[in-house]
Design a binder for this molecule. Sequence first.
Ligand code: COA
Length: 220
Amino acid sequence: MTTQTLRHTRVMAGMQTAMAHNTATTTSDWKQALPVLTGSMVTLRELRISDAASLLAMLSTEEVARFISPPPTTIEGFERFIAWTQRERAAGNYACFAVVPHGMDSAIGIFQVRQLEPGFGTAEWGFAIGSAFWGTGVFMDGARLVIDFAFEVIGTHRLEARAAILNGRGNGALRKVGAMQEGILRKSFLRHGEYLDQALWTILDEDWRQQRVVWGAQIH
Ligand SMILES: CC(C)(COP(=O)(O)OP(=O)(O)OC[C@H]1O[C@@H](n2cnc3c(N)ncnc32)[C@H](O)[C@@H]1OP(=O)(O)O)[C@@H](O)C(=O)NCCC(=O)NCCS
């Protein structure tokens, strides 16, 4: 089987898996435009410049921004960030999804995936959601969609995440989604002039597929 055929087969398999998990994928060529992924509570879609105001309101609060790289502090700053996400997606380096709860139009958070090596074999994901939506199930719904996207569409085999040890919700969310804590990255994250320890969490494609079988068994 040629590399191209293999890639095509994997994309098609990913599309079928995505459909089986109630996600609707509108395109497989994510570098042209991100697919729209539909879960039970949220839709994930490409960021739009018009999302800037709602993202500023949702992500620039103290509780959301405490343990992440500082988000923009103005609408114009978010507009520049959104334009940058689209350029990086087109270059094939990165994907950033807006989180839009069903019944709403505006983005209440983001999921990001970036390659850590050419071809996305190892990738890193990150997420931030407005605090009004914490503990509602929105995170888990969106996380499953974006992890499926990474493994089945982009072709990632190892998905890493870093969370400051002090970030209880961030670490709790990663544990809940089935990530494995591999170790502590000592003083690896500079925040407010202080180096913080981070936990390194990983999900492997094979573990994710196995976990989905378990979820499927629980559902039926
Ligand atoms: C990270 C984030 C997206 C998670 O979304 P969320 O809706 O808060 O997540 P959930 O409530 O579904 O899951 C968090 C879990 O952590 C648990 N948790 C909360 N505080 C905790 C603490 N101090 N220690 C351990 N676990 C904790 C919660 O109980 C929950 O588990 P449960 O559902 O089994 O009770 C959201 O909190 C957020 O945007 N935070 C700010 C940005 C950020 O820190 N991003 C992560 C960077 S790694």
